[in-house]
Design a protein around this ligand. Structure first.
Ligand SMILES: Cc1ncc(COP(=O)(O)O)c(C=O)c1O
Length: 371
């Protein structure tokens, strides 16, 4: 039996019928950009993320650019970013005319290394830091990282593209951040019917700047006190997200269940995995296996031969990308990120994955590890 890496079609009973009715309503009301659906979504996201205000936008990459721009990051500034993340984090810095400096990750939680960050703050005097919450959890040292940046007066942007639904010490991961971002790319834990994103803001002033930048720097309709761009969320995306949020608790519970079953059963197969640090409740975004690189090929060959999808999130660090070289202003370490990229394999994990699909994947893993 083939098992896809992710199956976006596992809708709940009645979901598609309700979505069809919602499409009809949005079409009849012609609320194609912004409108009450977007306002409703922003309010609900602020409640769930436990933050004062959320601004909806076009995608998670724009959300990062809006956050950086709202903090005043611009030409020639340096921004520290983790060496293990998705390329969008790097791009967001460059697209703001700033220069990325990569900082290695910690081998314990695979998130930004606090000690190297401290070194980077002194050495590079950055205008901002981007902390990425990778894989469906965050740094074991999140509070210390926030405190360090606060004490050095360097704004911290938290790239929470993958983090929707994650809890840190019983609260939303986004709570306590100065500014953080979310991606609603369809494959995310909360996915839209197209590209969409959001910025979580710790004050109405910051939210006002983000909102203005994402709407052509507008003060009034034809009054432009700032230069921004168009990063507004569409009405269909907002309506799809509003509907999906009604089912979110079931979806995340299903993902969390599968994520922990994987961890238990892969330990029996002697395959190392990475788990969220103490204090986190993960959202089940990704399974993270860390086989010895020498065994990776036999593992992935067995998965391929059985028609089982898998990911390698991510197969190269940021500072290794050919596109990085002309923009990098510096790098601190990078060996841990490179070791991760040589090893990492992600097994299928999605809401409502079936027990027999999990069995099938684990059987293929066992075969791959034996050969
Ligand atoms: C860590 C990280 N940052 C940023 C993004 C960009 O989000 P989007 O694809 O919505 O632009 C992603 C999306 O995959 C991501 O995983």
């Amino acid at each position: 039996m083939a098992v896809p890496f992710i199956d976006l079609r596992r809708f709940e009973d009645g979901f598609l019928e309700r979505w069809a009715r919602t499409c009809q309503e949005v079409s009849e009301n012609t609320r194609f950009v912004g409108g009450p659906g977007v306002a409703q979504l922003e309010e609900e996201l602020a409640r769930r993320c436990q933050v004062p205000e959320v601004v909806a936008c076009a995608n998670g990459t724009d959300a990062l650019q809006l956050a950086l721009r709202a903090l005043g990051v611009g030409g020639g500034d340096r921004v520290l970013i983790p060496d293990a993340t998705f390329w969008a984090t790097f791009e967001a810095v460059v697209n703001c005319s700033a220069q990325p400096v990569t900082v290695d990750i910690s081998g314990d939680d695979l998130q930004l290394d606090l000690d190297l960050l401290e070194k980077g703050l002194d050495e590079f005097r950055p205008a901002a830091v981007i902390l990425v919450h990778l894989y469906g959890w965050g740094s074991a040292r999140l509070d210390e990282i926030r405190e360090l940046c606060r004490s050095k007066r360097v704004p911290l942007v938290e790239d929470g593209a993958q983090g929707f639904g994650v809890e840190w010490r019983g609260r939303s991961l986004y709570q306590g951040a100065t500014i953080s971002t979310i991606s609603f790319y369809p494959a995310k834990v909360l996915g839209a019917c197209g590209d969409a994103g959001a910025v979580c803001c710790s004050s109405p002033e910051l939210a006002g700047r983000v909102r203005r930048l994402g709407n052509h720097g507008r003060g009034g309709h034809y009054d432009h006190p700032d230069v921004g761009w168009n990063s507004r969320m569409g009405g269909f995306e907002a309506a799809f997200l509003n509907l999906s949020l009604e089912f979110f608790e079931e979806r995340i519970a299903s993902r969390r269940r599968i994520a922990s079953q994987y961890r238990e059963r892969l330990a029996d197969l002697d395959l190392p995995t990475c788990a969220p640090p103490e204090g986190y409740r993960e959202n089940g975004y990704l399974n993270v296996c860390l086989p010895d690189p020498a065994r990776k090929t036999s593992l992935t060959t067995a998965l391929k031969s059985r028609g089982i999808g898998f990911g390698e999130v991510y197969p190269g660090s940021m500072s290794q990308q050919s596109g990085a070289q002309r923009w990098l202003a510096g790098r601190l370490g990078g060996e841990v990120a490179q070791r991760l990229s040589r090893s990492v394999v992600n097994l299928p994990l999605f809401a409502y994955m079936r027990e027999n699909e999990l069995d099938e994947v684990l059987d293929a893993v066992a075969t791959g590890l034996r050969s």
